[in-house]
Design a protein around this ligand. Structure first.
Ligand code: GLC
Length: 717
């Protein structure tokens, strides 16, 4: 038994049942009631207290005024930065840059731990195929491999190499599980799917986080196939503990244990406490079900004391590994009002690499710094709060450098910058300033229009039935385009939007998501060519909301959409040829596919070369920068299992590599797969590898590239 275990066991043996239940209780905010509970030893964790002096007061009360002196675990939603705000997680994912994402999480951990926060409720790794769901902003998109890689990088960044390092914070993979499959894209709604889809698509990103040692998980609000995530023994005990051997702890979502009564799954809070404890939820966030009922549940034998001990052991173990028993007080000398230069530079770098160039007709971009005049139009060009995006509870507008400010700094002294807000905010319908905006565009060499979403339309419980540009933005766009001036649109948004008119009429489209504190300089760097865009979509962009759910790794069906029908003019009645999986009034394909993103240069990929040696499958391709400037490209490896015992996706991402190439330079990218990389869950929902033919692509997005192939033989498995 290690010192850690021994220490915990000795402490556990001294605890009363009530004190144990206290450790399983989390409360939010610094109130007199909460301080009183702390002093009774009835609070294990505190969230949403970020004043270091207050944190120290609560830690002192917990350590010095309780019988056993157990420190508190202070948690916070540090979702994409603490004070230095990075792009929203969907933007982080668009960078496909794992070292940079890890660095961003480390900056967040350093800043959050300085005020006493030692646990974040991040990364969110909910797969989402439905941009109507406001929380698509918080995740890493539609693909299990990319989401798992991004989530694991964030866990490594938050937790560092040593949790006891005062700058490390415990991570929390959430929301376990399938919360992102919420029906209708409406938050908190039902998720319902086959176990095979759950295991092939929604569980893998959580497994990736468990595999890198994530300390905690948070269960979701949703019911999954009729069983709420907060009372789901299949996911929490069978999958998470028995199959994955997870030894951290699970915290409920906000009051989600008590909400099982509202779900109609439990008759009252006592039953909810019982179901959650038996299912494997170790800590109760804000429902007080455990505090109110656990003692009686144990006394009656409905909840074995051993389960309570297992929960408390896991909670105390994390506190021990964080070094909180040694040092619960935060060192106030670490608190700084100033953001560190390297943190801001990391935020600028990551914001730059998260931007996705969707269109650049006639190479309108990059602009020249000495352009004579530029019109900057739209409220999102100078809106710090919107620019930071959702879940930036500790970000400060005063820290933000907006695109307007950055463009003014970047252009040459002789450049005339004409700024017209044009709308009070992105979702406003007021058109009073449109004439001024038109005049500014007419008087300028180029108009840069910032469109998209107000931050308040994104994130938790902010779901939309329509994904068009909100308010009068479309009308503004058309008025500016009518001037005939070159127009660049920069989209600042928390989700994919349906922008068919812009795609058809605007020569240059740059998707910047909500890019965070340094989003302005990052966008200016790209607009004026200091760097080339390299971001790639982590999620498909639909043509219309009617296509949803829309994702690249779909099944082939028995009647896949065929080109002749796909390209059929809108409204044409389907002729007998049209008996295929398509629409009469829209193309079935995305506006922009998963993995897509342009550059200021161009890249050419050779046909993949496959070399099978024993059980190792090496797939490589040459990539050439065929343009005239250095740039980065994210090469993606896709695989298709052509025939299997269950239907398989037409493509699955199996790997990706960023490669930087000078003009004219060629590099070889190579990936090595083993049979296990081709595994899936068969008819019995057990993981299996089947021999057979496979197609492979190495390309710049999920719809590009020529296929090569190989045969997986029985002898290789
Ligand atoms: C919220 C969210 C969850 C967050 C928690 C604490 O409702 O669902 O993601 O971590 O409550 O703020």
């Amino acid at each position: 038994m290690t010192t850690n275990d021994n220490y915990i066991e000795l402490l556990l043996a001294r605890m009363t049942l009530r004190e144990k239940v206290g450790q399983m209780t989390q409360v939010s905010g610094a109130t007199e009631d909460h301080l009183a509970l702390v002093k009774k030893g009835l609070v294990g964790s505190l969230l949403n207290v970020v004043d270091p002096v207050l944190v120290n007061e609560y830690q002192r009360a917990s350590v010095e005024e309780t019988r056993l002196g157990i420190p508190l675990l202070v948690g916070r939603d540090v979702i994409h930065g603490f004070r230095t705000i990075f792009p929203i997680p969907l933007g982080l994912a668009a960078s496909w840059n794992l070292p940079l994402v890890e660095k961003a999480a480390r900056v967040a951990a350093r800043e959050a731990s300085a005020v006493g926060v030692r646990w974040t409720f991040s990364p969110m790794v909910d797969i989402c195929r439905d941009p109507r769901w406001g929380r698509i902003a918080e995740g890493a998109g539609e693909d299990p491999v990319l989401s798992g890689a991004i989530g694991a990088a964030m866990v490594r960044g938050y937790q560092g190499k040593d949790l006891a390092n005062p700058e490390s914070i415990a991570a929390c993979a959430k929301h376990f599980v399938a919360y992102g499959a919420t029906e209708g894209g409406r938050d908190y709604n039902t998720s319902d799917m086959s176990e095979r889809t759950l295991r092939d698509v929604y569980l893998p990103p959580f497994k990736a986080c468990v595999d890198v040692g994530v300390s905690t998980l948070m269960c979701g609000f949703n019911d999954l196939a009729g069983v709420p995530a907060s009372g789901n023994a299949f996911t929490l005990r069978q999958v998470l503990r028995s199959e994955w051997k997870f030894n951290g702890f699970v915290v409920s979502d906000w009051a989600s244990i008590g909400e099982m009564v509202i779900h109609g799954f439990c008759a009252d809070k006592r039953e909810a406490a019982r179901e959650a404890a038996l299912a494997g939820v170790d800590m109760d966030m804000m429902s007080a079900c455990y505090l109110e009922h656990m003692e009686s549940l144990v006394a009656s034998g409905e909840v074995p004391l051993a389960l309570v001990d297992a929960s408390v052991r896991a909670i105390l173990g994390l506190k021990y590994r964080l070094g909180l028993f040694e040092r619960a007080q935060v060192d106030l000398s670490r608190v700084s009002e100033e953001l560190e230069w390297e943190s801001l530079e990391a935020a600028r770098h990551l914001a730059r690499e998260s931007c996705v160039l969707l269109k650049n007709e006639g190479n309108l971009l990059p602009l020249k710094e000495d352009v004579a005049s530029v019109a900057v139009i739209g409220p999102l060009s100078d809106s710090p709060v919107d620019q930071m995006g959702c879940w930036t509870v500790d970000g400060r507008a005063a820290d933000v450098c907006t695109p307007l400010a950055a463009i003014r700094q970047m252009v040459s002294p002789g450049t005339r910058v004409r700024y017209v807000r044009a709308l009070p905010e992105a979702c406003s319908g007021e058109t009073d300033e449109f004439d001024a905006a038109v005049r500014a565009a007419e008087a300028s060499d180029v108009a840069i229009l910032f469109l998209g979403e107000s931050e308040k339309l994104t994130g938790e419980s902010h779901c939309r039935a329509f994904l068009d540009l909100s308010g009068a933005q479309q009308a503004l766009l058309e008025r500016i385009c009518e001037t005939g001036k070159p127009v660049v649109v920069v989209l600042m948004t928390g989700r994919p939007l349906t922008i068919p008119w812009a795609v058809a009429h605007v020569p240059a489209l740059l998707l910047a998501w909500h890019p965070g504190t340094m989003g302005g300089p990052a966008i200016a760097d790209l607009l004026f060519g200091k760097h080339s865009p390299s971001g790639k979509l982590p999620v498909s962009i639909p043509r219309s909301v009617g296509q949803i759910p829309l994702y690249y790794n779909h099944k082939n069906t028995g009647r896949p959409a065929i080109d002749s029908v796909r390209k059929m003019p809108l409204g044409t009645p389907a002729d007998p040829v049209g008996f295929c999986s398509s629409y009469l009034d829209a193309e079935p394909t995305p506006e922009f596919p998963f993995g897509f993103g342009l550059s200021y240069t161009s890249f050419e990929y050779s046909l993949p070369k496959v070399v099978v040696q024993g059980s190792s499958i090496r797939i490589s391709a040459d990539i050439t920068n065929t343009g005239n400037r250095t740039a980065g490209e994210v090469a993606q490896l896709y695989v298709r299992d052509v025939v299997a015992s269950v239907t398989r996706p037409v493509k699955e991402l199996k790997g990706f590599q960023r490669v930087d190439l000078a003009a004219g330079q060629t590099k070889t990218v190579a990936f090595t797969l083993c049979p296990d990389d081709l595994a899936f869950h068969g008819r019995d929902c057990r993981l299996r590898v089947e021999p057979g033919d496979f197609q492979v692509w190495i390309a710049g997005n999920s719809q590009a590239g020529e296929a090569a192939g190989f045969t997986l033989r029985e002898s290789m498995i």
